[in-house]
Structure formats: C-alpha cells, structure tokens
Design a binder for this molecule. Structure first.
Ligand code: NDP
Ligand code: 2IT
Length: 448
C-alpha cells in the first residue's frame, strides 16, 4: 500500500487531505524529510502506516466562545482544541490567544508537540488549542469573561488523565488562573488539568522561566558539544514575551551579552547588553503594565527600529523567540554572512524551510524548536508530577531537573542527527528520536 513512499508522494496526499493548511504542510514537510528515509529503512513503520496516522489528529474540537465586553457588546470568537496524539500520555500542549489563530496553525503546533513531548522523556501526548481572541487592549475583566466562556466548553474535554493544556502566545499566569477558576467551578474538582498555575494552587517553581531557560541550556549543550561556550558571546533575540525574556535572563547569567529584543512593533538594539535591572523593568512592562517594547527603548534612550526584525544585526548566536515564520531565507543569509555560529529556537517553527536550508548548507548549528524549546512543556510535565504526589519541589531542584532533561534531549539529537560529513543535523536528530518513541507505542497498540 505504501510501496511508493517518498517525501513528495506523502506531501501531495497530505496537501490534498488538508487543503490550504500551509503552516501544517510546512511542519509536516520538515519532519517528513527526516523521517521518510528512516521509515524506508525500517519497513515495520511503513507497513503500519505510522506516518499517515501520526499526521491525522485524533480529533479537533471547534466551538463558539461568546463573551460580553465592557461596553456591553456581545462578542463571538472561535475556540479550538486539537487533540493530536495520546500514544505516550495524556494530550499536552499550550493554548494560544492571538487573532491569527486558525486550524492550520493549531495543527502545526499540535503536530510539532508530538515530537517535542516525546523528546522530553516524560509521558506526555500532544495537543494544542486556543482562539482568535485578541487580548491586546482588553481590560482584565474582558480577558476574565473570555477565559471563563472558553473554559465553559473546554472543561468537557480536559482533565489530568485526558488532556492538560497550558500557556502559549497570549496565555500566561493571568489567563491560566481565570481558566483554572472556571474549570474548578464547573467540574467541582481540584486537580492538575492545567499547568502553568500560580504557586498558591498547584503551580511549579521555574515553569514560567522554563522555556527560555531551557532554550539557553540547549544552546549551551550544542556549543559545548562543539568545544565552544556561551561566555562572551553576543546574542540576538526576537520577541519580548515569556520565552524571550527568560531566555535573555539565563543567557546573561551564563555570561553572554543580549543586544536585541523585539515585538510586533519592531526591535530594540542595546549594544551594551541588557542587564538584570533593565530585564526587571521589562518583565514588569510586559506582564503587569502590558506595554510595548518601544516604551522600553524610550525609557532607556535606546535605538528602536519600527517594523523591523533583528536578524541583520551582527551576532554570534541567534534566538528566534516570537512566532512562526519570523526568520526567512534572506534573514538566514544575513546571519550567516555576519558570522552567526548557532541558532536555537525558543519559538515554534520560527524559521522557514528555505531559511533552514541556508543554515544547513552553511553548516551552522541549528537547534529546532521541538528540541530547543521543550523545556517549557518539560516543566509542565514536572508540574503534573508534583500535582500527582501533592508536593512542591524547590526552584533549585526543579531547575536541575530541567537542565538534566535539556541534556537528555540534546543527547537524543546527537544519537540520530550525525551526518556522514560530520555535521550535526539537529533537525534530523530531533525528528527521528521524537518519532521512534511515539511510533513504537502506536505499533504496540496494533491497528486502530
Ligand atoms: P508571549 O505572548 O509571552 O510573547 C510573544 C512575543 O512574540 C511578543 O513579544 C509578541 O509581540 C511577539 N509576537 C507574537 N506574535 C507575533 C507576530 N505575529 N509578529 C511579531 N511578533 C509577534 O508568548 P511566548 O513567549 O509564550 O511564546 C513565544 C513563542 O514561543 C511562540 O512561538 C510559542 O509557541 C513558543 N513557545 C512558548 C512556550 C511557553 O511555555 N510559553 C513553550 C514553547 C514554545 P506582541 O506583544 O507585539 O504581539
Ligand atoms: O509550545 C509549547 O511547548 C508550549 N506552549 C508549552 C506547552 C505546555 O503544555 O507547557
């Protein structure tokens, strides 16, 4: 049945079944390039149609979310939860609130999550959800009413052994708290059905820092494997949200210099490097005052480049930490020409397929998001563990576990990513290592 399996034939069938879902096509294409040759060498996966099954979500739930704004207008958004794969554990993955959210974006994210969660070594399946609701400019009460209405439907589909959502773009501690409150009210249960919770009601220390810290640790692993280190390196970061800011903090702590951040309004250049005091100011701006990065530039007298991305700024290391497809082929060429030695992705799929090829051809180190940003969901997994045993670990213990998991993820990439030329292809390594665990579980279950 699958005798003629090739990346092209596989992608052509997938595109036919999922027309117009361009982000989903892109995420699957990247994986197929690594995994199809592996499947051809291991016919048991081909005979069981594993890749065909892995690229079809278990189910996609789409629902209406109605809420009332402060002016008394009735507003309608669309809510989603894509439960992608639960072969190795309950569905697990974030919720995104952003006007661009659609089924294609959530399917790409849910698909990526399958491999990412497998790499963490923890027992977590994959899902993703969210809504096209735009939290920007909304009052706290509007966000609360939206989150409550969203959870009024989502409550039917989640639970600590079923599906455990968490944060993503536009969803942080405030939104998770509103959602958990509503979950608890409607279900009459207090359990770990969400992660990223506040410490008062079952959260984990280091969860909010985990994605960014993990990304810095992953870069450190890639560099040390190639006899290099972070000390003294100049770093360019995009984004100014949860992932970007804590990535910056850990890079600083490990001796690197962070000279850019960005948001959808543009990027800020700080040639002297961001320090702890500026970072505290930024964290307050972004999480409490909910302001713009341009205000930060103004406050510190720094140059702000409206509507520009930071990739043309010369650097040693680059960390895309904002959103998908924010780094194209031209940006990748500029990075390579300016001497950038390594890229580690805090965001999900920030680099286009063409840009990945530029990095590959130039043989620079490139850590794909499904490996490099897995620290966030890994500490979510640790939050689930703490909820189950009804204990809270210290920040030191949790960060040590995170550090250890990032090392294990790096090791798995190395195991499967080496190319004959000696180049370490982290995309191939992450895809094959992530695939094997889920595929073997699916094989064990038989056909179904
Ligand atoms: P936040 O909402 O905290 O921050 C998002 C940042 O990215 C903001 O600076 C935002 O700018 C910018 N951004 C978002 N969308 C766009 C866009 N379309 N164009 C330009 N800039 C944009 O989200 P996170 O930091 O949590 O998420 C960032 C990335 O990391 C996402 O790809 C997410 O999927 C990924 N990720 C997150 C994890 C987590 O634990 N939170 C875990 C693993 C990956 P603005 O405010 O102007 O919109
Ligand atoms: O993309 C991701 O891994 C996340 N947004 C975090 C998911 C989670 O369940 O912590």
């Amino acid at each position: 049945m699958y005798d003629d399996l090739s990346v092209e034939s596989f992608m052509s069938g997938l595109k036919k079944r999922n027309p117009d879902e361009v982000e989903f096509h892109q995420a699957v294409h990247e994986v197929a390039q690594s995994v199809v040759p592996y499947i051809l060498d291991n016919p048991k996966y081909q005979e069981a149609g594993i890749l065909q099954r892995m690229t079809e979500p278990d189910r996609s739930i789409i629902f209406r979310v109605v809420w009332e704004d402060d002016a008394g207008n009735i507003r309608v958004n669309r809510g989603y939860r894509v439960q992608f794969n639960n072969a190795i554990g309950p569905y697990k993955g974030g919720l995104r609130l952003h006007p661009s959210v659609n089924l294609s974006i959530l399917k790409f994210l849910g698909f990526e999550q399958t491999f990412k969660n497998s790499l963490t070594t923890l027992p977590m399946g994959a899902g993703k959800g969210g809504s096209d609701f735009d939290p920007k400019g909304k009052s706290d009460r509007e966000v609360m009413r939206f989150c409550q209405s969203f959870m009024t439907e989502l409550v039917h589909h989640i639970g600590p052994h079923t599906d455990v959502p968490a944060g993503d773009i536009g969803v942080g501690a405030r939104e998770i708290s509103y959602m958990f409150g509503q979950y608890k009210r409607l279900s009459t249960r207090f359990d770990g059905a969400l992660t990223g919770k506040a410490m008062e009601f079952g959260g984990s220390l280091i969860r909010k820092e985990a994605t960014g810290y993990g990304n810095a640790y992953f870069m450190q692993e890639m560099l040390s494997h190639h006899d290099e280190g972070l000390e003294g390196k100049t770093c360019v970061i995009s984004g100014a949200g949860n992932v970007a800011l804590y990535c910056a903090q850990k890079l600083m702590q490990l001796g690197a210099k962070v000279i850019t951040l960005s948001d959808s309004g543009g990027f800020v250049l700080d040639p002297a490097g961001i320090d702890e005091e500026k970072l505290e100011w930024l964290l307050d701006l972004k999480t409490r005052r909910r302001g713009r990065l341009s205000e930060y530039a103004e406050n510190y007298g720094l140059e702000f480049f409206p509507d520009r991305k930071p990739w043309r700024v010369p650097c040693d290391l680059a960390f895309p930490c904002a959103t998908q497809n924010e780094l194209g082929a031209g940006d990748a060429l500029a990075l390579v020409e300016n001497g950038c030695k390594a890229v580690s992705e805090g965001a999900n799929m920030p680099t286009t397929l063409e840009a990945i090829k530029v990095f590959r051809d130039a043989e620079i180190l490139y850590g794909p998001g499904k490996a490099a940003n897995a620290g966030g969901v890994a500490v979510s997994g640790l939050e689930m563990t703490q909820n189950s045993i009804r204990l809270t670990w210290t920040a030191e213990e949790t960060e040590e576990r995170l550090r250890d998991i990032m090392k294990k993820i790096h090791r798995q990439c190395i195991q499967h990513g080496a190319e004959p030329s000696g180049y370490m292809n982290y995309v191939k390594g992450a895809n094959i290592a992530g695939f094997i665990k889920v595929a073997d579980a699916m094989l064990a279950y038989g056909v179904g």
